[in-house]
Design a protein around this ligand. Structure first.
Ligand code: ZN
Length: 251
């Protein structure tokens, strides 16, 4: 089974379309959350995501934009984008967003694989460093946890004896590229497909991944997209300028 993994689209329609155009054939779609927030196309991105179907895990921006949570943990710029999104979202999309389930979620028939937004212990927790993932070992059986939230493509091999940061290796920051990473079924992984719509790992290209259960392998992808249009939409919406400029830096 091949699973297309999308995360942190953040209302960036141009980035989402580029990922879908580049995605190889797959049997299922899993969305790891933050469909909206920051970007200027929340209704269009939700409509496209809903049409794709599949499994959705809610993100912190999905909760804030639909009023499930308040904005206490949001910086002022993120908070402005939340308030803007709340006023823009169509009623049906708002209700859909509000009802998204909390992770971890699983796919029936696929053992030892779970899907979360932040971490299995706390949906809002950031798994940024290797020790953050290793701390979860005692409460998790071996297998693969797919997570988002940090907007950093890669993840962690987080065994007791073998532990390492996983970062895909690419050759440019211009072209479409992919990086295959074989997983050992006996080991413990935390895998982040990266952010579709607002990467923060220094690479501006839209990020996603495909997980193949046979063989047990993750393929990471980076694809260029029409960033200028996404930026222009942010400016036209009078959202903070920083939300447009950061897309170019991948930060
Ligand atoms: Zn996010």
């Amino acid at each position: 089974m091949r699973i297309l993994l999308l995360s942190d689209i953040h209302a960036n329609l141009e980035a989402l379309e580029a990922c879908l155009a580049a995605a190889p054939e797959h049997d299922a779609v899993v969305n790891l959350g933050d469909v909206v927030g920051y970007g200027a196309s929340p209704n269009e991105v939700i409509a496209r995501s809903r049409a794709l179907g599949g499994i959705f895990v809610r993100g912190n921006h999905d909760k804030a934009c639909s009023g499930v949570s308040n904005m206490t943990d949001f910086n002022p710029i993120a908070g402005l984008a939340v308030l803007w999104s709340r006023t823009m979202l169509e009623r049906g999309h708002l209700n859909w967003l509000r009802d998204l389930p909390q992770g971890p979620l699983k796919i029936e028939g696929i053992e030892n694989v779970q899907f979360v937004h932040g971490s299995p212990a706390d949906e809002d927790e950031y798994l940024l460093m290797l020790p953050d993932a290793q701390r979860l070992l005692d409460t998790n059986s071996p297998g693969v946890t797919f997570f988002g939230h940090t907007h950093v493509q890669g993840g962690f091999l987080a065994g007791r004896d073998d532990a390492a940061v996983i970062r895909p290796v690419y050759h440019s920051k211009r072209d479409a590229e992919s990086f295959d990473f074989a997983l050992d079924p006996a080991c413990h992984y935390f895998i982040n497909p990266g952010s579709v719509g607002q990467p923060r790992d220094g690479d501006w290209r839209a990020a996603f991944a495909v997980f193949d259960t046979e063989p047990w392998q993750v393929s990471y992808f980076r694809v260029p997209y029409d960033m200028e249009t996404a930026q222009q939409r942010i400016r036209d919406a009078d959202l903070p300028e920083r939300l447009a400029t950061r897309l170019a830096h991948g930060r």
